[in-house]
Each structure stands twice: as C-alpha cells, then as structure tokens.
Design a protein around this ligand. Structure first.
Ligand code: F0G
Length: 452
C-alpha cells in the first residue's frame, strides 16, 4: 500500500506537495489536510487491505524495532512516508491503555464506561502522538528550530521531542496561566521558553507572524502532520476494542485539533474497510471557553464566534480555535454533539475520575461532565458503549487538585454549588504522631464509610 501524500485545502480543494511556514492554503488561506491519493478504490482490494493491515499492525506489537514499538509508527501505512526513516524521532509514544471507570459509569448513568488514557504518553499528554510525526517531518525538511504557542502540553511535548532529536525549540506561553507540571517539563527539556503577557490566542498570533520572518518550523495543530499522528489514537482504540465500534467517543475541545484528528482517523478506517460504521464523536468545552458551542448555536457552524476564554482548565483556555471548520465537519459526519460544562461540573468530574483510580488533568474531565449532560438530554442511552478520551495526566496540574481538596478552588462559586463539591474533597488531616491517634482516624473513616 502506497503512502505518498499531498496537502489539500479543506475549502478550495487545491493540492500542494509542500506548505508555506504557517500551513495555510496559499490560494484561499484556509486549513490544509493530509490526503493519500494512492489508497485503493475497488471494494475487493479494500477488503484484502483491511485484513492485511489488521494483521501487520498486530504482529508489530511483538517487534522491538523502534518504529514498531511506537504506538503511532506501528500504523505507518496510514501516515506520510518519510523517505529517510532515520529522520523519525520517537519516544515510544501511543500504546496507551483503555480503562473501565465503574464509579464514573454509575454516576453518569451508563452501564459501561471506558477511558482511553492519552495522558499515559511519554510526556503525559496526547500531544506526543502528533508531535512524533510533525517533528520528524521538520527534521526531514532540514529545520534546526521548531516552535509552538501553547497552553502547556504542546510545549512540553515539543520540547521533549526536539531535545531527543537534537533540534532547538522555542515555546510561547501565556504568562501565569499554565500548569506548573507543564512549564517545568519545557524547562527541563531545554526549550527557549517565553512567557508572553497575552493569552494563548495572542501567543499563536505572534508565532504565526514569526514563522513568516524566520526559518522556524511551526508545530501547533494547524500543522496537518500533527493531526496525522493524533489520528492514530482512534486506530489504536478500535484495535483495543477488537474493531467493535463504540456508540460514542467524547473528547475535550480547545483549539479543536484533536477532535478533527480522531474524526479523520475514524473516517479513514471506514474508507479502508476496517470498520463499517462511525461512532458519534462529541466535543465538550468549558462554559468560559465555548467558541465551538456558540459557533454552532449562533451561526449553525457557518462562521466562528470567538470568545474571551476563561477557565481553570487552562489547557482548553482558548477562545479562537484554529481547527473549528474541521471540527464542525467531524460533528456533522459522525452525528456527534457539542456541549459546554461549568467549572463546578469539571471539578466534580475530575474528582470522580480520580476516585476510579485513574485520574486526569482538569481539561480531560470535561468529557465525563459532558457525558452526564448528554445522558440527561437522552442523546446517550444507558446501554450504549461510551469511550472518554482523557487527554492529560493527573500530575500535569497538581495545583488545581490541591486547591480543590483544600477548598481554595472556585471561591466565587455559588453556595449551593460549593455544597455539591464538598463530598468529593479529601483534605489531608493533621494527626498526632501516635498509633492511637492514627487508629482513631481509621475507625472514624470506617464508621463514615458504613453510613454512606
Ligand atoms: N486536553 C488537554 C490536556 C490539552 O492540553 C488540550 C490542548 C486539549 C485537551 C484540547 O485539545 O486543542 O486539540 O482541542 N492543549 C493545547 C496546548 C492547545 O497548547 O497544549 P485541542
């Protein structure tokens, strides 16, 4: 199977071999996507390929070869071919687990709830799956500098892959609005890190101008190679489910690259005959960063309604999402919904995911909060199979978690909502250093368990 690819504009359909620095269509300025003109067309050929691909991908799990051990490059038949395989920079990304969330399932009102935990990637977020592909293209094209604007995870991922591959990296982040775990990663991996007195959208605007003036490779998700890597999470998930298509997949929405990537992956699996139907892919945003929700409600998905974003889930504190058109297309083709959830709902959902022993960062928890809403609306039925995509690791944002348990998070939340948060809080207890004192605490906890 050939993996020769082209870049195609999603609006005017023009095709290109290479993209200019800011990855927009030189004719009309819209977004580009990677397409594979060499893929089979006849139905019989498709069936043969489908079973061969399943077999090949499965067999590679036994191999120790770096490209096979990567949960992204293992699916390389569906990725751009890099003529010089030595350009590939991999940290053995992907290969992330699918967990059951029994407590969360009960609380959401569904029989079975699964979580694909993309926070189990090498730098703790889903960004690694896209980064390995796009940064390898950068190296192939001879760049020595790469750059991104970020709410934290992209910068952590880019810095790691750049360092691993011997490239320099430049990070633009919004001052004071990025989680410590993420900032510390960028510093440790040696990125040139600039905190700008701007929000994410402002950082991205500056970077877009910068790449026009300086030979530096842009690694935000407007870069379509990022989405190629990220789409492999959909392939890996379907393989983990024995190619049984779930009814719903639910993802957080920020810059809207991830939902676009997963939607593309699912659509390609269907085209290649690996699955016969599509799951409904739904996108959940924070109420304070709800550009896609408003775009759909107010313009029917025709025109972006940017917002001034504000949410404690800093990863998705984005008001002007680049990939909104791709996301609208995915919602339409899969029949998914777009919803918004409040800060209190996010905090509760995050604590519940923690109580299943899985944990995630706040932005990932919007998926569970959104699922509860979709169940209440009758869009998700209790017997349907649902997969939440958890995008970031719990340890990315320990400050949020500590503030929540110490009652310091969301001080402005209304009294009745604060009451709803209390049962989930677990502040550390100050205890005398004696066995008797610890025993008393233990007995009190057992008594309280028995009464709940
Ligand atoms: N979840 C996490 C943990 C994220 O870091 C992000 C985005 C998203 C969800 C949203 O994904 O943008 O593809 O819709 N983080 C970016 C960053 C923007 O810079 O790390 P999206």
């Amino acid at each position: 199977m050939k993996t020769g690819h082209a870049l195609r504009c999603i609006a005017c359909g023009a095709e290109f071999e290479h993209a200019a620095g800011e990855f927009r269509c030189p004719r009309c300025g819209d977004l580009l996507e990677v397409v594979y003109p060499g893929w089979a067309r006849s139905e019989a050929q498709t069936l043969v390929w489908a079973s061969r691909l399943r077999q090949t991908w499965w067999e590679r799990r036994l191999s120790r070869h770096a490209q096979d051990a990567s949960g992204v490059w293992r699916f390389r038949e569906l990725l751009p071919h890099l003529p010089d395989g030595r350009s590939i920079i991999t940290l053995r990304e992907g290969n992330t687990p699918v967990f059951e969330l029994p407590r969360c399932a009960r609380s959401a009102g569904v029989d079975l709830l699964l979580a694909k935990h993309q926070g189990m990637n090498p730098t703790g977020s889903f960004k690694d799956t896209g980064m390995t592909v796009a940064i390898s293209v950068a190296r192939q094209e001879g760049f020595s500098w790469v750059a991104c604007a970020s709410t934290g995870n992209t910068s952590a991922s880019m810095a790691a892959y750049a360092a691993h591959g011997g490239l320099r990296s430049l990070v633009l982040i919004p001052e004071g609005k990025i989680a410590w775990g993420k900032l510390s990663q960028a510093l440790d991996y040696g990125a040139l890190t600039c905190q700008l007195r701007a929000d994410f959208d402002g950082c991205l605007r500056i970077l877009t101008e910068l790449v026009r003036r300086h030979p530096i490779y842009l690694l935000n998700s407007i870069n379509p190679y990022r989405l190629e890597g990220q789409k492999t999470a959909a392939l890996e998930l379907l393989e983990q489910l024995d190619w049984q298509v779930p009814d719903h997949i639910i993802v957080p929405g920020g810059n809207l690259g991830n939902c676009s990537a997963l939607g593309k992956g699912l659509e390609e699996l269907r085209r290649l005959g690996l699955i016969q139907s599509l799951p409904k892919l739904s996108v959940i945003q924070a109420e304070g960063a709800n550009a896609l929700v408003r775009t759909l409600r107010e313009t029917g998905g025709q025109r972006l309604v940017p917002v001034r974003a504000e949410t404690a889930a800093t990863a998705i504190r984005i008001g002007n999402p680049v990939s909104w058109k791709k996301a609208v297309r995915v919602l339409e083709s899969t029949g998914g919904r777009c919803e918004q959830v409040s800060e209190a709902e996010i905090a509760i959902a995050k604590a519940e995911i923690g109580s299943d022993g899985v944990g995630c960062e706040p932005a990932s928890a919007v998926t569970l909060a959104g699922l509860k809403k979709l169940v209440r609306q009758g869009f998700v039925h209790h017997q349907e199979r649902v997969v939440l995509v958890l995008t970031g690791h719990l340890l990315k944002d320990p400050e949020y978690t500590l503030k929540f348990h110490r009652r310091e998070l969301l001080p402005e939340t209304a009294e009745d909502q604060r009451g709803r948060l209390d049962p989930y809080r677990r502040a550390p207890l100050e205890v005398e250093p004696s066995v008797e004192a610890v025993l008393r605490v233990l007995e009190a906890a057992e008594k309280s368990d028995a009464t709940h």
